[in-house]
Design a protein around this ligand. Structure first.
Ligand code: NAP
Length: 248
């Protein structure tokens, strides 16, 4: 028996990295999973086919998380195909790192639209169906940088801090409807996003991580399983850091 048997999950940015690990873990725990990608169609469809082997329903959707209308269409399509959404994981995110002196309006807008507006977009379109369903779990992917700030990441840190305010507000608004809303704040996790960092920068981070290593996408995914499951039915409005004690 899986921890998520009978539940339906929608995960944004599920084609690679942390999102793909969440999609895999959810399917392993018995959930039917819809997930999105922006451009990695081949990877996303291969993942969906792999998950179907586990005996669950899995489907990949090309959908730009930053686009409000696209989110509305996605919510409709997923509800039609899967009947309900019990767990929404707003995971899609990007970085456009640069110092303030060099940051352009486009650097700012792209990151805010993709990381922060995206979370409003899908939550907005799934909150009513969750109310009808008498419950749901919304999991928003923030970052420890949203709490600490980081030089060269003013746009990214602002988007991730915004996610925390949004998460706590939705938890307060929707608590009486049995809709829980939590954020996860990963530290440095091994994915394409951190792969692109300079080796010197990575070494610097590593020196400050008490657990002495970067995290794995699966270690973030396991916390998502907990937050999506009935093991966390009284947990809402919280930010859980998954960072090897970096942000302590
Ligand atoms: P990643 O490896 O770069 O993967 C990003 C995923 O998001 C991909 O599936 C990508 O789809 C999707 N995506 C990007 N923009 C999108 C859009 N506009 N619409 C739909 N999907 C979109 O990143 P990651 O490291 O797994 O990060 C996942 C989340 O965790 C992000 O929110 C990130 O900010 C957060 N996080 C990561 C770390 C870390 O150390 N890695 C730390 C803290 C927080 P395509 O494959 O189609 O491009």
């Amino acid at each position: 028996m899986g921890l998520l048997d009978g539940k339906v999950a929608l995960v944004t940015g599920g084609s690679r990295g942390i999102g793909a690990a969440i999609v895999r873990r959810f399917a392993e725990q018995g959930a039917n999973v819809a997930f999105t990608y922006r451009s990695s169609a081949e990877q996303a469809n291969a993942l969906a086919a792999e998950l179907e082997q586990l005996g669950v329903t899995a489907k990949a959707y090309q959908s730009d998380a930053s686009d409000y209308e696209a989110a509305e269409n996605l919510a409709k399509e997923v509800l039609e195909a899967f009947g309900q959404v019990d767990i929404l994981v707003n995971n899609a995110g990007i970085t456009k790192d640069t110092l303030m002196l060099r940051m352009t309006e486009a650097h700012w807008d792209d990151v805010i639209q993709t990381n922060l507006k995206s979370i409003f977009n899908l939550t907005k379109h799934l909150i009513r169906p969750m109310m009808k369903n008498r419950g749901g779990s919304i999991i928003n992917m923030s970052s420890i940088v949203g709490m600490t700030g980081n030089a060269g990441q003013a746009n990214y840190a602002a988007s991730k801090a915004g996610i925390i305010g949004f998460t706590k507000s939705v938890a307060k608004e929707m608590g009486s409807r049995n809709i829980r809303c939590n954020a996860i704040a990963p530290g440095f996790i091994e994915t394409d996003m951190t792969e692109s960092l300079d080796d010197k920068v990575k070494e610097g981070y590593l020196q400050n991580i008490p657990m002495n290593r970067l995290g794995k996408a699966e270690e973030v995914a396991d916390v998502c399983v907990f937050l999506g499951s009935d093991l966390s039915t009284y947990l809402s409005g919280q930010v859980i850091s998954v960072c090897g004690a970096l942000n302590t």
